[in-house]
Design a protein around this ligand. Sequence first.
Ligand SMILES: NC(=O)c1ccc[n+]([C@@H]2O[C@H](COP(=O)([O-])OP(=O)(O)OC[C@H]3O[C@@H](n4cnc5c(N)ncnc54)[C@H](OP(=O)(O)O)[C@@H]3O)[C@@H](O)[C@H]2O)c1
Length: 314
Amino acid sequence: MMNKDGKIYVAGHRGMVGSAIVRSLERNGYHNIITRTHKELDLTRQDQVEKFFAEEKPDYVFLAAAKVGGIVANSEALADFMYDNMILEMNVIHEAWKNNCKKLLFLGSSCIYPRMASQPMKENCLLTSELEKTNEAYALAKISGLKYCEFLNRQYGTDYISCMPTNLYGPNDNYHPTHSHVLPALIRRFHEAKEQGLTEVTCWGTGSPLREFLYVDDLADGCVYLMNNYSGNETVNMGTGKELTIKELTELVAKVVGYTGEIKWDPSKPDGTPRKLLDVSKLEGLGFHYKTELEEGIRLTYEDFLHNPMRAER
Ligand SMILES: NC(=O)c1ccc[n+]([C@@H]2O[C@H](COP(=O)([O-])OP(=O)(O)OC[C@H]3O[C@@H](n4cnc5c(N)ncnc54)[C@H](OP(=O)(O)O)[C@@H]3O)[C@@H](O)[C@H]2O)c1
């Protein structure tokens, strides 16, 4: 169990996941939380990370900082996604180990699993066949991070773990019109369409891919739960185990936002992987289950979108 007085560093605390982890830690009575903004500490800079860890020596680390983006950002900037994420992860995990951090949680992403992995995807399908090309660089960086945790455990006996969340959504999401994930992008599109009185909105792709979504506060509770209840080299999937088509998701978002116009599809735009569902039996076997159903989560997220003035700038 994490000591309630232990010093906890949450890397990426202003992001969607990091901010939810801070909320969950606070709800669970952890009070010694340290954070740094990107401006104060650039995690891709080895000298800065070295100095920070030597000075602070955190007992526990949640690594939720990463260069993150949707299909467009990922496929346009393959080199940047690989370099920034690889360097950032190696710096943080390595300095944590050098400074005797007791436990670290590394956050990966379900895109690390092969494009044609049998569904739902189990943790042991990692590295069994080819990755999806559109986010290959990001996936390779994430695989390196989780393998580095495993190798430190095997070589030096550390207790560093990783989890693989499904698609996440919730407060502090990125609502950029082109460089965001599908759910926040839809919230923005439909909100703007409603405001402008548009009678039709065209969405990307065919609407047929199947996807799974987890509310970020549930993910954060799961991360804290794993830090207290799991040790092991194999990663742990985090999701709901439920899926819906992008078309169904689109209709649900339109309903919550209150957009009543027509929804059209542009099949010339990429769909991405045809189906992506995590097998969450390992997580449930460890005793954790998500709480927030999708419609309720979208409603909470839309409220955040309406009341969070930073949303358009991120
Ligand atoms: N969102 C999802 O659907 C999803 C799904 C599965 C897994 N994940 C994983 O969850 C983690 C966090 O994702 P997120 O959605 O919370 O992303 P996010 O909202 O973009 O947050 C990422 C955070 O990392 C910080 N950061 C990036 N580069 C940095 C650097 N060089 N130095 C210091 N800080 C830096 C960012 O600060 P700035 O904004 O100031 O740059 C931001 O606060 C990632 O590992 C991601 O793979 C996310």
